[in-house]
Design a protein around this ligand. Sequence first.
Ligand code: SF4
Ligand code: SF4
Length: 425
Amino acid sequence: MTTDYRQMWADLGIDLERHDALLGALPPIYQKAYLSQRNRPIGMQFFDFVVGDIHGIRVQELRQHAMNGGKVVATYCVFVPEEIVLAADAIPVGLCAGTQFSVPIAEEILPRNTCALIKSSFGFKLGRICPYVQTSHLIVGETTCDGKKKMFEILAEYHPVHIMEVPNKKSQSSRDLWRGEVAAFKEVIEKLTGNEVTGEGLARATKLVNERRRALQRLYNTRQARPVPISGKDALLVTQVSFYDDVARCVQQVNALCDEVEGRIAAGEGVFPADAPRILISGSPMAIPNWKLHHLLETAGAVVVCEESCTGTRAFSDLVAENGGTVQEQLRAIADRYMQIHCACFTPNDERLDDIVRLAREYQADGVVHYNLQFCHTYANEAVKVERALAEEGIPLLRIETDYSDEDAGQLRARVDAFLEMIRG
Ligand code: SF4
Ligand code: SF4
């Protein structure tokens, strides 16, 4: 693979030496975390291929699109409405920011006491090691948290950036502000692409993105079965890949996987024993290749049954109304759907507490692990309320605060083991 794509990477301005080191580090991690799992669904082979070819075919597709005059729009947050990008015949690509590899590069400029997700994403651009960033014509940032907001200002010195203002409350005036931001985003995308966003285009894009949401929800529903037919690690990977794969292909592959996994449920087959402790993970997103916590839990005998996070239910839970109508009406429906995402950047954010309790029940979770990226103050502070809400329901909680490094692996293992022992009683 490396030989075939080298010219493309060089043309994209990639630092080939650093990039070789990055790609060289991934296969042993993937082997240990993924390929060593037993009894995986055959449908996961597609996702294995995508990871094995992570900077290959998909980048080539995006580059071909760009060579044909199309635009690529990169995002970091589930608040950026893909429907508008697709309606203008541009391609949205969710950037990953889940590797420790790019963190030290970012720390040359950013403060060290910044969350790993922010440092990892900035390091990808600064170190010129991500062909997705290099292929994109615009990065769309948001004002969800202070660290990101200020990082995007610096990132704009290296790459074209547009910032969407995500409000901090869900009051009517905040909703109106967000609707205005979504309408303004349409103008930005029209200007970038030279294409008009029409009612027809929006209806088509909305239907497509909704199909992916339905497919991912369908996959998550299978995890409510006992025994669980697919590992948490595999399900997480599917969600992670859905951020940057072609939407129609992703829908097809996820639905094919669901057919197989539903067949397993009918046959009573699982990947873990029926009595394995079932864990709901809630909190900060886990961008590819951040599989740290899932790997810890699932090699300790537990199974992760659901993720209440932006690389989980928050990415696909609600659909945009497919009522058609004028461009303005459709933009409003899009804006309203995105305001249903219960990110900790909102105050108050009690809907998220309700979601966690509801999901713990639906997925028959024996315990919840609250996952907090170090230096993420919104999720860390909200964990206080999560703890209270779960205590009222009698659901055990383990609070984990960590980063992308492996330095705390031993300590985390001991805490996870103790938590699972307590659950097993
Ligand atoms: S946690 Fe908040 S800021 Fe992060 S991706 Fe989700 S919505 Fe965006
Ligand atoms: S994990 Fe927290 S600090 Fe990091 S980017 Fe997301 S909201 Fe911001």
